[in-house]
Design a binder for this molecule. Structure first.
Ligand code: AMP
Ligand code: ZN
Length: 503
């Protein structure tokens, strides 16, 4: 295929633990599945990091000429609190707390998630399937696992038989765990574990108690699917029994992704994924950002700066740039200093884009400076080599900074742009904004045509204001209105909801 003569892409496959040349099963078509959010609360900045990382993967694959089908699910069947096979469904719990229907919770937080993705300029996936829309397929998969002898039914629930599976296939390969170690590490008796033959077994179908709101009929009685099942079903339904890339955060590698592999092999005899990719965690003072640890920021807190850990607000593109300055597989620690540096770095790139766009060229292809021309060609080529080296955005950005210095020197007439030949200048003019805007997905926040981002931001702000008003939290709703007024943005409240306009 034509990959614009770009270097061969290599991907670190967290299954083989090696960098491998990327060879799609059916080039130029690529199937990519990424585990999406569980929509029982607002997404936090850690979640955003993972989705931005895969947004760059999606963008770069497309830039290389691949035709990508990108599937990212919405988990709208609640995982159980504590992510064990017992406890209360997170969505149902939230519905009770907010006095809403579970599906209202799902809709509300799905909308919020979409707003956030739009603000951070993440492209929508090609398909965004919901777990509740695929219950029939999940029941069919449970049945295939049972038919093949890798599951057993107890009292209306169906469990995956990990020990039986491990007799024929290796369980634990993805996460590098051995079943013997796992078995010796799980001695404690959790409630409900007594139904299982073995503590490592996991529910693929769970009987619903009387109070469980999200429930469906099945051959085993009324219940709901196990945590890992939806991703196995929806990835293979839309991408085939074996597909190219499966992504998600590192915290999903075990047990979620390990169980996905086991389910697909047990049901259909095939390993589902060629390349497993895992993003590393966004941390705060070295600890994973997580809702349950109370160390998470919501995107609107980061934008407004309204959080005890924040010295100021940071714009969505500053944040996106901050995230891309580290490799997706490294941990990234949040700090005000790093974000403030990112703010400057992002601005430098925007300025270079503008200067390059306006650059006047009057060179002569018969009389140019070979050394200067080679230097530019080399920096551009290196930026692509880094991107093709497991999406190494920090190194690619370092080359963009080198190029920005050159562009500034041309702009300030310290170097003469006419020393370049026209091919090289055209290559620079094409590649620099392509990497900045199309591949890294940055936007010029100062540009007047940035109305779309502004719309997304205002949707989010008005949603938050509505929530505050619904809760009669007048302090917050007044604060939002006042800050908007100082920015010359006027909010009008009508019967159909609130709208906004420039004053
Ligand atoms: P969840 O809604 O908790 O299933 O998370 C959605 C996605 O965000 C998953 O791929 C998680 O692995 C990822 N994620 C959760 N916390 C973090 C974090 N602190 N840093 C990066 N990714 C995260
Ligand atoms: Zn998943």
């Amino acid at each position: 295929m034509d990959t614009n003569n770009k270097p061969q892409l290599t991907i670190y496959n967290s299954h083989s633990r090696k960098k491998e040349a990327f060879k799609p099963l059916n080039s130029p078509y690529v199937g990519m599945y990424v585990c999406g959010p569980t929509v029982y609360s607002d997404v936090h900045l850690g979640n955003v990091r993972t989705f931005i990382a895969f947004d760059v993967v999606y963008r770069y694959l497309q830039y290389l000429g691949y035709k990508v089908r990108y599937v990212r699910n919405i988990t709208d069947v609640g995982h159980l609190v504590g992510d064990i096979d017992e406890g209360e469904d997170k969505i149902a719990k939230r519905a009770r707390l907010e006095n809403l229907e579970p599906m209202e919770i799902v809709q509300k937080y799905t909308n919020g998630f979409h707003d956030v993705m739009r603000i951070y300029n993440a492209i929508s996936p090609s398909i965004e399937p919901q777990a509740t829309g695929h219950i029939v397929e999940q029941i069919e998969m449970v049945q295939r696992i049972l038919d093949n002898g890798y599951g057993y039914e107890v009292n209306g629930s169906v469990y995956f038989d990990v020990v039986k599976y491990n007799e024929e296939y290796p369980y634990g390969e993805l996460s590098g765990r051995k079943i013997e170690d796992l078995l010796s590490g799980t001695r404690e008796e959790l409630e409900g574990q007594q139904e299982k033959k073995n503590p490592l077994d996991f529910a693929i179908w769970k009987k619903a108690d009387k109070g469980h709101i999200m429930r469906w009929n099945s051959p085993w009685g009324v219940g709901f699917p196990g945590w890992h099942l939806e991703c196995s079903v929806m990835s293979t339904k839309y991408l085939g029994e074996t597909f190219d890339i499966h992504g998600g955060g590192m915290d999903l590698r075990f047990p979620h992704h390990e169980c996905e592999i086991a389910q697909s092999v047990a049901a259909d005899g095939k390993a589902p994924v060629q390349y497993w990719m895992h993003t590393n965690m966004l941390t705060v003072n070295g600890t994973k950002m997580s809702k349950s640890l109370n160390n998470s920021f919501l995107p609107h807190e980061l934008i407004s700066g309204d959080h005890p850990l924040l010295e100021q607000g940071y714009s969505p593109m500053t944040t996106r740039f901050f995230m891309l300055q580290s490799h997706y597989a490294s941990t990234l620690d949040f700090s005000n200093e790093a974000l403030q540096a990112a703010e400057k770095g992002y601005q430098r790139l925007m300025n270079a884009c503008k200067a390059l766009d306006k650059m006047h060229y009057d060179g002569d292809d018969n009389n140019y400076n070979q050394e200067e021309t080679d230097a530019i060609n080399q920096l551009v080529d290196q930026a692509f080599e880094h991107l093709s080296d497991d999406f190494s955005t920090p190194q690619a950005i370092a080359r963009l900074f080198d190029l920005s210095k050159k562009i500034n020197s041309y702009n300030e007439k310290k170097l003469d742009i006419n020393n370049l030949n026209s091919n090289t200048l055209n290559k620079l003019k094409e590649a620099f904004p392509a990497i900045v805007f199309d591949i890294l997905g940055l936007q010029d926040e100062s540009a007047s045509d940035n109305a779309e981002a502004m719309d997304g931001l205002m949707d989010l702000i008005l949603d938050i204001r509505k929530e505050a008003r619904d809760k009669k939290d007048w302090d917050t709703s007044d604060k939002i209105r006042n800050v908007l007024n100082t920015l010359n943005i006027v909010v009008k409240d009508g019967k159909e909801g609130s709208s906004w306009g420039m004053g």
